[in-house]
Design a binder for this molecule. Sequence first.
Ligand SMILES: Cc1ncc(COP(=O)(O)O)c(C=O)c1O
Length: 376
Amino acid sequence: MIKVPFGRPDITNREIKSVIKVLKKPILAHGPLSNKFEKLFAKFTGSKFATSVSSCTAGMHLFYLANNIKKGDEVIVTSQSHVSTAHSISITGAKPVFVDCNSYNGTIDVKKIQGNITKKTKAISLVHHLGNPSDVINILKIAKKFNLLVLEDCATALGARINKKHVGNFGNAGVFSFYPIKHMTTGEGGMVISNDKKIIDKINKLKAFGVNRSYLNRRIPGEYDANLLGLNYRMNEISATIGIEQIKRFPKFLAIRKKNYNYLISKITKKKNFDIVKFNNNNFHGSYYCLCIIINDKKLDRLEIIKQLNKKGVGTSIYYPKPIPEMSYYKNKYGYSSSKFRNAEKFSYRSIALPLGTHLKKKDLDLIANSINKVI
Ligand SMILES: Cc1ncc(COP(=O)(O)O)c(C=O)c1O
């Protein structure tokens, strides 16, 4: 039986009371709370603009639509991520061109980007994997040289910074996820940040059917015209009010995750048969999404280790179950050879993700550390 789950949303009376307050009012969508949440989020990340969306996937899809990425175009994308990172490209008709990750923190291998750029390439999609910042500064140099857009998938990277600048502010836009086990939650939800007003204005239209007047700008109810092909990817007011409470508490969440990580590191007896992914490297500061260990002794069976950790009550996860190009949809469509994604395979098939969230008590942390010391 799992005693310590991998992730658990941190919901207090503050969130609960705010939801009840919203439910007692008549406005459940298009309301002022999503705008308030956007302002608070922009302030926290130091971004000029933010727009709330129904998920990170929706936000990434909107970014490509807003930039007219379509069939015939190519987007360079890391092979080590949630399938959402590539699906949000494919759904536009464009082709995701997969690049392996590096061997140490699972972010896109910058050295392999340039060789995959063709005349059709329009953008680079990078992921701050498990909250570890990608080498976005060098990626921007390549993007500039080839006139490419850069999208930062920040789904697991709220709180990650490079030289004090929050991730998501380096490329043309950054997109965050508020899925329940992320750093903070809104049930389901996401946020796009950008310092480019044109991108945010376009996304604001596309996320609401492509209509020309937002609800708050109509002279009479129901007055609008649709001058763009859009979707309904908005965040509702119930999610937004949870988000407002969560972003206010977020600095504390991050501090607890960091403390949990440092405590676990101090208690785990380092052995040669596994590595622990580090979060801080010079000016790169990660967001402590999870404790990622990589089993490097080929004789050890990862599945067996996970089963034994779970048996001791320790919840685990894997990020991600396969490199994206090896997921059936992509394998059937493009037939990539697996030898191209050796580092992504290492993360997918040899790593184990352990909890760092705010739900952990000292006895839980001791259970995790002792279990690792015994099992591996
Ligand atoms: C790196 C990454 N990108 C995108 C997503 C998708 O986020 P959402 O569920 O908010 O669409 C996830 C979800 O776990 C993720 O880990």
